[in-house]
Design a protein around this ligand. Structure first.
Ligand code: GTP
Length: 351
């Protein structure tokens, strides 16, 4: 799946829509040669103006609705993300106001066309058309704040990371500088895709890799799973929730060399927090930078994990040491899921 907001158009604001609609109506009226007596001509010309203004306005607004996915139609991951990036309620309200404007303008169009058709006075006919213009303009101005809001939301949402929701997803966690991006690069052949999020200055790294003929995905979210929960704000908590919807497996990285700048005691503490938060997930714990870490520190971390009944794997991501073994472990855990996907794909193809 691609970013569901990718196709969201630039949204014209009230003044721009009004200008465009009125200009089109004048153009249509000047190119049109009405027939009949003076009353009939006035009726035809003004009806054309009213219909054109209504059509152009409603088309502009409908385009926004058509190309913007409704909140409730999105998978949970994107719903959480939406709420993290923009206010889901405001977003929903803005779309609803556009819907309201379309319906109201359509209703007014019918009423004014009818009034114009019944009027016998060219002056009154022109006045009715002006009145209709005024009402359309005021409806658009009423929803202008919402249009502005959607435009801002669009700028944020169209840059959402392209994360494939159908792929089994591995979430990488651990303190900054322990080697998360290095490991992601080693696990995935692809150049990690980086998209910026407001909750992290660095963006999110996504890489995919293929084993046999099935793909899976590795995500590293700097700023999210690398600090104690007490330091996280609401937005970050929500983003973690989004990760929970998506992830299938957590790879937790320790850096027993402490070159990352965090003593192993801090790392153990953070591990406990993440382990609790993702308690229902399978975990693979790796000890990175074993090429430079002291055996003493490595042992300390291993013993800490063993006390909790957790096995760990020694690696040195930069040198590629232990990566194959790690991949096998990943496959072992994810394989049942991959097979299920393969079965469902086979089924669809066979049908
Ligand atoms: N000696 C050694 N250095 C490593 C190893 N893995 C990563 N590094 C180094 O550790 C530093 C941090 O690695 P990153 O992969 O950027 O760490 P990160 O966890 O992604 O960092 P943030 O994105 O800042 O959270 C870099 O200078 C790497 O070159 C390793 O196995 N051995």
């Amino acid at each position: 799946m691609r970013n569901p907001f990718e196709k969201m158009p630039t949204i014209l604001l009230a003044d721009e829509i009004i200008d465009k609609a009125f200009r089109r109506a004048e153009k249509a009226a000047s190119a049109f040669t009405p027939r009949g007596n003076i009353i009939s001509k006035a009726r035809q010309r003004e009806e054309l103006r009213v219909r054109t203004v209504s059509n152009v306005t409603r088309d502009s607004l409908r385009k926004v609705l058509d190309r913007t996915p409704g909140v409730s139609t999105l998978p949970p991951f994107y719903q959480e993300l939406l709420d993290t990036l923009v206010d889901k309620r405001m977003f929903h309200k803005a779309l609803a106001s556009i819907n309201w404007a379309i319906k109201t303008i359509r209703g007014l169009e019918e009423r004014y066309v009818e009034k114009i058709r019944y009027s016998r006075d060219p002056k009154e006919i022109a006045k009715l058309r002006r009145e209709f213009y005024g009402r359309v303009a005021s409806i658009l101005k009423d929803i202008n704040d919402n249009l502005e809001y959607l435009n801002k939301a669009r700028d944020v949402l169209k840059d959402m990371p392209v994360i494939d929701l159908t792929l089994p997803t591995i979430v990488i966690a651990g303190h900054p500088n322990v080697g998360k991006s290095t490991l992601l690069r080693k696990l995935t052949n692809a150049k990690p895709e980086v998209a910026t999020y407001p909750f992290t200055t660095k963006g999110i790294n996504v890489g995919q890799f293929e084993e046999h003929w099935l793909k899976y995905q590795v995500i590293d979210t700097p700023g999210l799973l690398d600090r104690p929960i007490s330091e996280r704000n609401e937005i970050e908590k929500q983003a973690i929730l989004a990760l929970r919807h998506l992830g299938k497996l957590v790879i937790y990285i320790f850096d027993p060399s402490e070159y990352c700048g965090y003593p192993i005691e801090d790392q153990m503490h953070l591990f406990e927090e993440i382990y609790e938060e993702f308690g229902d997930f399978p975990f693979i714990v790796v000890l990175n930078k074993t090429d430079i870490a002291s055996e003493d520190k490595i042992r300390k971390v291993e013993e800490f994990l063993q006390r909790r009944g957790i096995k760990s794997l020694r690696i040195a991501a930069e040198k590629g040491i232990g990566i194959d073994e790690l991949k096998s472990k990943v496959i072992e855990i994810i394989k049942p899921e991959m097979e299920a996907i393969a079965r469902s794909m086979g089924k669809t193809e066979g049908e």
